[in-house]
Design a protein around this ligand. Sequence first.
Ligand code: BEZ
Length: 219
Amino acid sequence: MAKYSMPRIGDQAPDFTAQTTQGNLTFADYNKGKWVVMFSHPADFTPVCTTEMSGFALEKNWFESMDAKLLGLSIDSIHSHLAWIDNVRKNLGVTMDFPIIADLDMKVAKLYGMLHPGESNTAAVRAVFFIDPAGKIRLIMYYPLNVGRNMDEIKRALLALQTADTFKCAMPLNWEKGDKVIIPPPKTFQEMEDRLTEPDIELIDFYLAKKDLPVHQMN
Ligand code: BEZ
C-alpha cells in the first residue's frame, strides 16, 4: 500500500504552487492574513461533486464575510475544470468562481493526504482543511467517495473555530451560534475556588461551566 504524508491538526499547512482555474497560485500567498477552506473532490462531471462544489460557490459570499477564502482541488485537468464550470453554470445557474486546483500529477493531493488508496488510487477523497491566517491546520474532515459533505457543518466548524479563538473558549456538543460556550477548566486551586463564585456562568461542576457570549460581539 502506498504511503503518503498526512498533515495533522496543529501542523503548518504545507506550501505549494499549483495551476488553478483562477491562474497559478502559491498557497502561502493565498493564505496570507486569511482563513483558507481547502477541499478536494473525487472528479469533475460527477453528481455528488457537482452538488458539493456548486454548494461551495453559493456560500462564497458567506465565507468571504468570515474572512475565509475557498480553494478546491481534484485530480483533473484545467480543461476539464473549465468545461465543468461552464456546464454547471448552464445547468444550475451557479458559477464556481473560486480557484480549483488542477492536480493532474497528484502533487497537492499527496502532500495533503487526500489520496486514500483503500478508497481510490486515482481520485482524491472528499477532504476539507480549515487553515487559519497563520497557516496552521486547525480542523480536518474526510468523507468517502459516496457520501457528500454537510455545508451547515462546514460553516458551523469555521464559526466555532473563529469564536473559540476570539473568546478563548471551547465549544460543546452541537454548539451553534448563540449557544453558551465552555469556559476552559481551572488550572490552579485558586482558579477552581474563584470559579465557584464567578457571576453569570452556568456552573455544573468546577471543571464544567458554560457562559453566554456578549451578543453584540458575536459573528
Ligand atoms: C460523485 O461525485 O458522484 C462520485 C464521484 C466519485 C465516485 C463516486 C461518486
